[in-house]
Design a protein around this ligand. Structure first.
Ligand code: PEP
Length: 252
């Protein structure tokens, strides 16, 4: 099964609107392969600017979170109708920083996935991954499979197969430590098998699985050459146009 590689940048809480415009102008000038789907998941305040700056290109724009209610007394939150009006293409769900610092749970990830899948064409990028303690205790697979089972609970196959799963070992995010290609492949293969056991091998064959955790131009080619790694979710290295373009160009 050939899957189109998909590499997305996750800007976290970086870049103002002016910086977004400047980045987009510089990124559009980069030489990059057309064989890779790409997007930038930007802060809410940059979504409109990014949509306008990338209009007429093949570059998608994503949010980094969404609330599972349409509206209400939820100070500081942003709803799906708000994202739809902007024309957002992707939405990150369950990033480990949100799970760690903002009380995101598998239950809320599940509600958010259902909301996006049932009521929009926005593609969710669901992040899963173990922390260092869990890895050292030999529990990486248990943690990741329990996240996947809980996050996809009650979601039928025709909707589930639209989700992109990002395997992001927490110990590798923003730390400069990267899972080795074999280690990352082992977990991405495990994710595909877990998804097949929940749904079907046909759905698992189509599933796009990204690796995330200190991906950079120097290590991208080896990671992206692995059979079950279909792309990347890139934090730090997506903030610089040339570095991010180099990662895209690392796809064979
Ligand atoms: C991320 O933010 O999802 C991420 C993988 O960050 P970094 O590439 O900086 O480790």
């Amino acid at each position: 099964m050939s899957r189109t590689p998909f590499i997305a940048g996750n800007w976290k809480m970086f870049k103002t609107m002016a910086e977004t415009k400047e980045f987009a102008e510089a990124f559009k000038k980069q030489e990059r392969t057309s064989a890779v789907k790409t997007a930038f998941c930007v802060p809410f305040t940059d979504l409109m600017t990014a949509k306008e700056a990338f209009a007429g290109t093949d570059i998608g724009v994503g949010a980094q979170n969404v609330h599972f209610e349409d509206e209400g007394a939820f100070t500081g939150e942003v709803s799906l109708p708000m994202l739809k009006e902007i024309g957002v293409d992707y939405c990150v769900i369950g990033h480990s920083e949100r799970r760690q610092y903002f009380n995101e749970t598998d239950e809320t990830c599940n509600l958010k996935l259902k909301k996006l899948l049932q009521e929009s064409d926005i593609t969710p990028i669901l992040c899963v991954g173990e922390n260092l303690e869990e890895r050292e205790a030999g529990k990486a697979e248990d943690v990741v499979s329990s996240e996947i089972k809980a996050d996809f609970a009650g979601i039928p196959e025709d909707l589930a197969e639209k989700v992109v799963i990002a395997y992001e070992p927490i110990w590798a995010i923003g730390t400069g430590k990267t899972a080795g290609p074999e280690q990352a492949e082992e977990m991405c293969g495990f994710i595909r098998r877990t998804f097949a056991s929940l749904y079907s091998s046909a759905a698992a064959d189509k599933l796009i699985i990204q690796y995330g955790g200190s991906m950079k131009p120097e290590n991208a080619a080896a990671l992206l050459a692995e059979a079950d790694i279909d792309g990347g979710l890139v934090g730090g290295a997506s903030l610089q146009p040339d570095k991010f373009a180099a990662i895209l160009n690392a796809v064979k």
